[in-house]
Design a protein around this ligand. Structure first.
Ligand SMILES: Cc1cc2nc3c(=O)[nH]c(=O)nc-3n(C[C@H](O)[C@H](O)[C@H](O)COP(=O)(O)OP(=O)(O)OC[C@H]3O[C@@H](n4cnc5c(N)ncnc54)[C@H](O)[C@@H]3O)c2cc1C
Length: 426
């Protein structure tokens, strides 16, 4: 046991429950100082040619709520959450020196921006990283990442055949949480005031934070929503047609393994609804699938051609992009969906499939611009799921039918038969 402290760097793991990296940090017997840093790059302009920020207002607010909730929990344990904005590596270096800490511990990430920051830190500071955002972690499965299947169905079959069930087992004990501690702020560093990001005129429907995540998960299962998921998941409207848990899963306020455990238990109680519980679990496997694909293909997900030879050319057509972005295409369903996104920071999965298909395959506009707009607005923005799905829908990812198309009229009749969704968001 050492007396020097450890810095715990919260990233997309804004929770206490089932948090493998936090559990490891706390198990070492040292005082642990919890820190979060909103990196400057998150607030840059999205793309050289696009004039909107990478992190839009609703995303900022959801993040602020998530951090406020975590801070409240940590305060209850006699500690707090130190929240900064700036250059992550530089801030962590300064904190490390000032606190005389022995190491920094954090959750491992995969995309290049995140791993570049990790490399900068680890150049001169011991940085210990642990997997924590997936159901099936790369160090647990019995196949190497480079052999991870390209197509989803093969990946799903492979992970479902693993000789373990991905249950949560990394929640820190009460006594361990008492090791969370405080520090005196070094000069030259200013904490971020979360109130700056909290807007009273919020139109988004979700509140960030672990407490709301757990509440929503229990409520969704209790109300029978999860039991009927297979029948309702393609709808556009309502509060229980899908779980709406993505925003909390994305910033780690909810562990996918905890959700899995709850669904698993419910399935044992109600085997008659197995299809729904299995289908919902499979969505979490999609989520893992994109993370494994990022491990295998890395920056190809950010390249113009994505992972494969593209089915057709695309254009940097500002006018068409603006029409799509602002919901002025003249297609009622596309326009309604885009208005919903701007107002709430959320859109159903079916909706996302339609608008991404329309931008990339009908308007033939640069799919990366669409992904950038989603990045700015979606409160559940997750680099792996966003770029993975955009590549898929634009025929540049892992869809086996790269020329797949949707008929917007048929889709509207099927999923908005009474036109109520279009009416609501027109
Ligand atoms: C173009 C496009 C962009 C997308 N961008 C994102 C994104 O940035 N962040 C994000 O979390 N999801 C993204 N998705 C996936 C999906 O649309 C959302 O996860 C889902 O709509 C969120 O609603 P829910 O929580 O009710 O999902 P549910 O249907 O209840 O599913 C449960 C969970 O499974 C995961 N999931 C579901 N579908 C997918 C999928 N296709 N890919 C990966 N994970 C999935 C999510 O974590 C979700 O919360 C995108 C889909 C498309 C087509």
């Amino acid at each position: 046991m050492s007396n020097s402290s450890i810095i715990y760097w919260f990233r997309n793991d804004l929770r206490i429950h089932d948090n493998p990296a936090l559990k490891k940090a706390l198990s070492k017997g040292s005082p642990v100082i919890p820190v979060f840093i909103a990196d400057d790059i998150w607030f840059e302009s999205s793309h050289q040619e696009l004039n909107f920020p990478r992190t839009g207002r609703l995303r900022k607010q959801f993040l602020a709520e998530s951090l406020a909730d975590l801070k409240k929990t940590l305060d209850e344990y006699g500690s707090t959450l130190y929240i900064f904005k700036g250059d992550t590596a530089a801030i962590l270096r300064k904190l490390f020196r000032n606190t005389g800490s022995s190491k920094i511990v954090a959750q491992r990430e995969i995309a290049s921006e995140e791993t570049t920051i990790e490399s900068r830190i680890s150049q001169n500071i011991p940085l210990e990283l642990h997997w924590g955002s997936m159901l099936y972690q790369p160090d647990q499965v019995d196949f190497p990442v480079e052999k991870s299947p390209f197509y989803y169905t093969k990946f799903k079959n492979k992970v479902l055949n693993q000789p373990f069930i991905p249950l949560p087992h990394d929640t820190p004990e009460e006594s361990e949480l008492r090791r969370l501690s405080k520090m005196s702020l070094p000069s030259g560093l200013t904490e971020l005031d979360l109130n700056e990001w909290m807007k009273p005129d919020k139109t988004g429907v979700f509140k960030g934070g672990e407490s709301s995540a757990l509440e929503r998960m229990r409520e969704y299962i209790k109300s029978g929503g999860a039991a009927h998921y297979a029948d309702t998941r393609n709808q556009f409207e309502g509060i229980n047609f899908s779980s709406f848990l993505a925003p909390w899963l994305a910033n780690g306020a909810l562990s996918p393994r905890l959700l899995y455990e709850h669904l698993h238990k419910e399935k044992e109680k109600h085997p008659e609804y197995s299809e729904s519980f299995n289908t919902l679990t499979e969505q979490l496997i999609w989520r893992d699938n994109f993370r494994f694909l990022f491990l295998r293909y890395g920056n190809k997900f950010f390249a113009t051609n994505g992972l494969r030879k593209p089915p057709h050319a695309m254009y940097n057509d500002h006018e068409a992009f603006e029409m799509w972005k602002t919901g002025k295409t003249g297609h009622p369903i596309i326009d309604a969906l885009m208005h919903e996104l701007t107002k709430t920071g959320f859109m159903s999965n079916r909706g996302r499939m339609l608008v991404s298909f329309y931008l990339a395959k009908e308007l033939k506009v640069n799919w990366q611009w669409g992904a950038a707009w989603f990045e700015s607005l979606l409160i559940d923005y997750d680099v792996y799921s966003n770029y993975g799905n955009w590549a898929y829908q634009s025929g540049r990812g892992t869809d086996s039918r790269v020329n797949r198309k949707f008929n917007l009229e048929t889709q509207t009749k099927k999923f908005d038969p009474h036109g109520s969704f279009i009416q609501k968001w027109k």
